[in-house]
Write a protein that binds this ligand. Structure first.
Ligand code: MN
Length: 293
């Protein structure tokens, strides 16, 4: 059992009532809670009977990773008040999990909700949802291999979304960029807009330009990183930002830049994915105090 609640906040006030309905004395159940014993059967029952579970059968560790990944990227300044981290629902590939509309640094596990691949919230409970959730829904629809999606307004990357200089892998940590990072221009299909991916058609256009790559840049906006897990997608979002900053510095030196080749990138990416948990554990430790309740 982790420190994060697995049921919606709205259900919390139910506890005392449910506990008092139990056959055993109420104080025994409360004592169990205080000393941190296994959840009393009354509590388990309250969870099972809850009429509106936020995530039906969702994977707890995965939901934790969404909250932790959001805070890691906020901590690094890759995300600010905007941007989001999502994951495909392990129990239903036609659903995905993402927080309600909230600054990434504030996301907790119990803010995570489920959506279908048309971007409809399955249980909105009056919560507001991200306008740009169609980035996620349409990528999950187009890419069965994608398990997690991160959308950022990465300050390092934005210059590459508006210039003719392609973002390329400058070092091994960003090896996944050696396969290419296309730039999607919302104006191509939709003319003058507010630049937001605010409906499924725009999301579909973005997913098409992403193609089979790990990262797609969005002109005058930011980027999207995808991966086979939340950890990998967060790793890629972070190193896309760092790579962009380093590449800007390398280009500013004024001489020719020697990038990783696609072959080097593929080899280095394989190793990165193997050792990724080491850096994830470090990042998680840094943000853990912010998640303590
Ligand atoms: Mn955005």
């Amino acid at each position: 059992m982790t420190r994060f609640a697995r049921w919606p906040r709205a259900a919390a006030p139910i506890w005392p009532n449910r506990l008092s309905e139990g056959s055993g004395p109420c104080w025994l159940a409360l004592l169990g809670l205080v000393v941190g014993l296994a959840a009393p059967s009354g509590l388990t029952e309250a969870r099972a009977q809850d009429p509106a579970p936020s995530i039906s059968g969702g994977d707890a560790a995965l939901i934790d990773d969404i909250a932790i990944g959001s805070r890691i990227l906020a901590d690094f300044g890759v995300l600010d008040g905007f941007g989001h981290v999502s994951a495909r629902d392990p129990t239903n590939p036609n659903h995905f999990l993402m927080s309600r509309s909230l600054a990434p640094a504030l996301v907790t596990a119990d803010d995570v909700m489920a959506f279908d691949l048309d971007g409809n919230a399955l249980d909105a409970r009056g919560w507001s949802v991200f306008l740009e959730r169609f980035i996620h829904s349409e990528i999950y629809k187009a890419r069965p291999d994608v398990i997690a999606v991160v959308h950022t307004h990465s300050p390092g990357v934005v210059p590459f979304t508006v210039s003719q200089a392609p973002l390329r892998a400058i070092y091994h940590n960003a090896a996944f960029l050696a396969a290419g990072a296309p730039v999607w221009d919302i104006r191509r299909d939709f003319g003058a807009t507010d630049m937001l991916v605010r409906n499924p058609a725009i999301g579909q256009s973005l997913a098409q330009i992403l193609g089979d790559k790990s990262v797609v840049l969005m002109r005058g906006h930011g980027d999207v990183a995808v991966g086979p897990s939340v950890r990998v997608a967060v790793f890629r979002a972070y190193y896309t930002d760092i790579n962009a900053k380093l590449q800007s510095q390398a280009l500013a030196l004024g001489s020719e830049v020697n990038y990783l080749t696609p072959e080097e990138g593929a080899k280095a990416d394989t190793i990165n994915l193997i050792v990724l948990d080491r850096i994830w554990d470090l990042w998680k430790m840094r943000v853990a105090p912010t998640l303590a309740k």
